[in-house]
Design a protein around this ligand. Structure first.
Ligand code: ADP
Ligand code: MG
Length: 275
């Protein structure tokens, strides 16, 4: 219990046992399983992300990190376990459990609360930076055009691109495009931001600006799950680091523990390979 823990409920609650009880978790992933054909990609993955915190997912290629993020954002359905985001059940309890299947409308509603930024920026090439940021608020939720534009402009300023509102993606560097992609995700006012290797397609000199924007978002209290190999970022920004390999969580905890003093050989090998 930390000194600044003001939650009366958590004082009265029994001690948490593993992933079973997590106070104030915005995201709860419990025993999630996912296969593609015969290949089981997620094997009972559990983790909890408290509101206002940053979780960094580390792990070698093929360990299931992207699949896990995609399950949280309804881009994949899970075969077992459950995912809860802000009180809403995302995954099915069991494969084929019709009681927990959602309509496309319910899924769309839930996804609006979750912003996702991918390795590739996926901006609309025929739209300016400003139009890219406004597109969903106007087109998807029908917000007033003037308001949406004002808000988009604020977001572009927030990511350091106030002077680039009228530029098309092709006129922007990769790092600038990625910052537009972040602004675009924020335009829907998500409760949760998912980042899947947001800097790994960038030239090294452009990585810092994108990480700075993410660092600032974290400081402003955004709840984030970030897949990245940027160990320095993980160490300085993450509240929790989760190391995955072969579809399981091998090690999870405080960055200084998992990165600074890994207990498992698989974690050590991975960290040696990326540092
Ligand atoms: P990571 O992001 O950690 O590199 P992924 O989640 O992308 O890992 O992939 C985990 C495994 O799942 C890989 O072996 C990958 O080939 C496989 N996989 C991912 N998506 C699909 C898919 N749509 N169909 C079949 N196999 C997939
Ligand atoms: Mg991936």
């Amino acid at each position: 219990m930390t000194a600044n823990d003001t939650s009366a409920a958590s004082h009265a609650a029994p001690a948490p046992s593993g992933a079973e009880i997590v106070q104030d978790a915005l995201v709860e992933i419990r025993r999630v399983r996912k296969s593609f054909g015969a290949h089981q990609v997620l094997r009972d993955v559990s983790l909890a992300v408290p509101a206002g915190t940053v979780t960094v997912l580390l792990g070698p290629s093929g360990s299931g990190k992207s699949t896990l993020l995609r399950c949280v954002n309804h881009l994949e359905t899970i075969d077992g376990g459950r995912i809860i985001v802000d009180g809403d059940l995302i995954g099915y309890r069991q494969a084929g459990d019709k009681a927990h299947e959602m309509t496309p409308r319910q899924i769309a509603k839930q996804r609006r609360n979750i912003g996702m930024v991918f390795q590739r920026f996926n901006l609309f090439p025929h739209m300016t930076a400003l139009e890219n940021v406004c597109e969903a608020p106007i087109g998807v939720v029908g917000r007033n055009k003037g308001d949406a534009k004002d808000r988009a402009m604020q977001l572009l300023e927030r990511v350091g691109l106030g002077d680039f509102a009228g530029h098309y993606p092709a006129q922007l560097s990769g790092g600038q495009q990625q910052r537009v992609a972040i602004a675009r995700a924020l335009a829907m006012e998500p409760k949760l931001m998912l980042f899947d290797e947001p800097t790994s397609a960038l030239d090294p000199e452009l990585v810092g600006d994108v990480l700075d924007v993410m660092r600032e978002l974290a400081r402003d209290g955004m709840t984030m799950i970030v897949v990245t190999h940027e160990i320095g970022f993980a160490r300085s920004v993450a509240d929790q680091v989760v190391f995955m390999d072969g579809g399981v969580v091998v090690e999870a905890g405080d960055p200084e523990e998992v990165i600074g003093n890994p207990q498992r050989q698989r974690t050590k090998n991975f960290l040696e390979s990326v540092m």
